[in-house]
Design a protein around this ligand. Structure first.
Ligand SMILES: NC(=O)c1ccc[n+]([C@@H]2O[C@H](COP(=O)([O-])OP(=O)(O)OC[C@H]3O[C@@H](n4cnc5c(N)ncnc54)[C@H](OP(=O)(O)O)[C@@H]3O)[C@@H](O)[C@H]2O)c1
Length: 305
């Protein structure tokens, strides 16, 4: 096993980042994880090979310093909603620009970037494209110009610490017996976090992945209604799901985006107008991975004991 490799993973403290870190450690990488919130990630310091790097900002100088001596740099930083502190453009485009410049300045030979399925290329943006997908597409276009980069574009990701099934389970536990659901027919191909991380590490061994873009999908297409029904069954709840009309969904989004934590927003509503399913190749299969079904993993963490 190689032991002298060094990787820096932006967003390495998050849901996907932690899974990827485990797999890179197993491949002999020392993993440097910058974080703005070191107090939340003390547990990571316990892993041999992990170096938690407290940062107050990811400006160009900080990134260049972080990337110096790295064999691999990874960008996983992403947000689903804008806040007073961070806009989509700042996080998904401007940070990507600095990521690429710093990687070049530090002469890093290999880059991985996490985009999202249906991230919209700048030339395909329409007035109704969500700002999230638009900014993810703009960031992806910047990375696509780099021959030493590989881009992955997953559908919605599930796993023990996901914010998909866990989030619905939390709402279902509190629901009074009925469940009003916006965009019930939106379609996804939920993909397991272990498969996403495995795709990223396998890409490192595959010369065909240089400059390549992989869409990543699970084996089963589920509507939002299917996801809620499935979660309710695992939580042992019988729920009457009320499909909200398009108008009602928009009203709910306008109301909820004013609440703390923005549980649902107009931009989320716009993202849900496009199915998050693979329409071409599933990159998991291209990388020799059999996609894991929700039935294999989700009951382990969602079922009420
Ligand atoms: N989860 C999904 O279903 C899904 C689906 C498709 C695509 N993706 C993409 O996959 C990537 C990883 O997602 P995830 O679910 O693992 O996200 P996550 O759990 O929310 O983690 C996000 C990470 O990004 C860092 N971060 C967030 N905002 C930042 C900012 N303004 N400046 C610097 N760092 C920031 C956080 O680091 P600290 O807080 O420690 O500083 C955290 O480690 C994202 O790019 C996301 O768009 C996710």
């Amino acid at each position: 096993m190689k032991t002298s490799l060094k990787a820096c993973i932006l967003g390495g403290t998050g849901f996907v980042g932690r899974e990827l870190t485990q797999r890179l450690l197993a491949r002999g990488y020392a993993c440097h994880l910058p974080t703005r919130r070191v107090h939340r990630h003390r547990d990571l310091k316990l892993y041999p090979g992990v170096v938690v790097r407290p940062v107050s900002t990811l400006d160009s100088d900080t990134l260049t310093e972080l990337f110096t001596g790295c064999d691999l740099v990874v960008n996983l930083v992403g947000i689903l909603n804008e806040s007073r502190r961070s806009s989509f453009t700042q996080v998904h485009v401007e940070l990507v620009e600095r990521f690429l410049q710093a990687a070049q300045a530090a002469e890093v030979p290999r880059l991985l970037h996490m985009s999202a399925l249906q991230a919209t290329a700048p030339e395909q943006v329409t007035p109704t494209t969500s700002a999230y997908l638009q900014s993810k597409g703009a960031g992806e276009a910047l990375v696509a110009a780099q021959p030493q980069a590989t881009i992955v574009r997953p559908s919605v990701i599930f796993g023990r610490h996901d914010s998909l099934f866990n989030r619905f389970a939390g709402l279902i536990d509190l629901a009074p017996g009925f469940f009003p659901l916006a965009c019930p027919n939106a379609r996804f191909a939920p993909v397991w976090v272990g498969d996403v991380a495995e795709a990223m590490v396998r890409a490192l061994d595959d010369p065909n992945s240089l400059g390549a873009v992989y869409d990543l999908c699970g084996p089963r297409v589920m509507t939002l209604r299917d996801i809620v029904t499935y979660s309710a069954k695992l939580r042992g709840r019988k729920l009457h799901i009320i499909d909200l009309s398009d108008k009602a969904a928009q009203r709910q989004a306008r109301l909820f985006e004013r609440l703390p934590g923005k549980p649902f927003s107009m931009d989320n509503y716009r993202s849900l107008q496009i199915d998050s399913v693979c329409t071409g190749n599933n990159g998991l299969l291209d990388l020799g991975i059999t996609p894991t079904d929700v039935d294999i993993e989700v009951p382990r963490y969602l079922a009420k004991s």
